[in-house]
Design a protein around this ligand. Structure first.
Ligand code: ADP
Ligand code: MG
Length: 257
């Protein structure tokens, strides 16, 4: 069973503790939303799960497919089926979207079988074309340099395209909604909704409730001061939208987060 199990995770940046004992389990097919004020450590969680070297795990474990993934390099985690859509995607001038996707697919195929010759070009083209149609992306997009001069909405769509093509088993979306106008938000949400279910577990990190009007989560968690302090169903997000985070802060006596 490919569930992601996070146990008592403590993470520091520059000797400052940001995550202070976080527990969370995401099973296949489930969509979990993590909400919380800025600075509570949401992106820290996303980067730590993907293995960013600046984030030092001081305690706890993260299990996926029976392995403690904290011992793996980021590319090994990716090949195991973990995917991170960045809050701020990086531009890679000189590398087209199509080339980037093909390189990623082939890296994974070769990791499974050293003899692999790579995905045949016609098969690759057909697959990418179908995914781009699903995401209502202009086919010309595939020939552009990745994220180079992309609008906010295009960058986020490119992240979802990567997810659609790479078919991860755990997808972490860090504020994929930020900076999107309503049309782009709908398209991104539709993409996630098309991919959700089945083998895919989703961790949807968001500051605002807005995207949850389009992607109904199975579980909502509130993060405060480096921990998950409150969990519930989709209605918890609506409650937060209406009442803000102050009641959670008061309940848990967190002063400055
Ligand atoms: P969120 O995504 O919930 O807004 P972050 O995980 O980005 O929160 O940040 C949590 C805390 O860690 C903040 O206080 C932030 O200033 C600090 N922080 C994040 N990244 C770094 C970094 N690279 N170096 C130093 N401090 C950082
Ligand atoms: Mg963040």
């Amino acid at each position: 069973m490919a569930e992601l199990v996070i146990k008592n995770l403590h993470v520091s940046i520059d000797n400052k503790e940001i995550l202070k004992g976080l527990d969370l389990t995401i099973a296949q097919g489930e969509v979990h939303a993590i909400m919380g004020p800025n600075g509570t450590g949401k992106s820290t969680l996303a980067y730590t799960l993907m293995g960013h070297p600046s984030y030092a795990v001081t305690e706890g474990e993260v299990l996926f497919k029976g392995r403690n993934i904290l011992e793996l390099e980021p590319d090994e985690r990716a090949r195991l089926g973990i995917f991170l859509a960045f809050q701020y995607p990086v531009a890679i001038p000189g590398v087209t979207v199509a080339n980037f996707l093909r390189t990623a697919i082939n890296a994974r195929r070769r990791a499974e079988n050293h003899e692999d010759k790579g995905i045949p070009i016609p098969e690759f083209r057909k697959m990418v074309k179908a995914k781009m149609e699903m995401l209502k992306m202009d086919p010309a997009f595939a020939g552009r340099y990745l994220n180079d001069g992309f609008s906010g909405g295009e960058k986020k769509r490119a992240e979802i395209l990567q997810m659609a093509v790479l078919k991860p088993e755990i997808a972490i979306l860090d504020e994929t909604d930020s900076g999107l106008d309503i049309d782009a938000l709908r398209i991104v949400a539709e993409g996630v909704n098309t991919l959700r279910g089945g083998d895919l577990g989703v961790l949807l990190i968001t500051h605002y409730q807005r995207i949850l009007n389009y992607i109904t989560p199975d579980f909502v968690h509130v993060m405060l001061d480096g921990r998950i302090v409150e969990s519930g169903g989709a209605d918890l997000a609506l409650h937060l939208e209406e009442h803000g985070y102050d009641w959670v802060r008061e309940k848990y006596e967190v002063v400055n987060s």
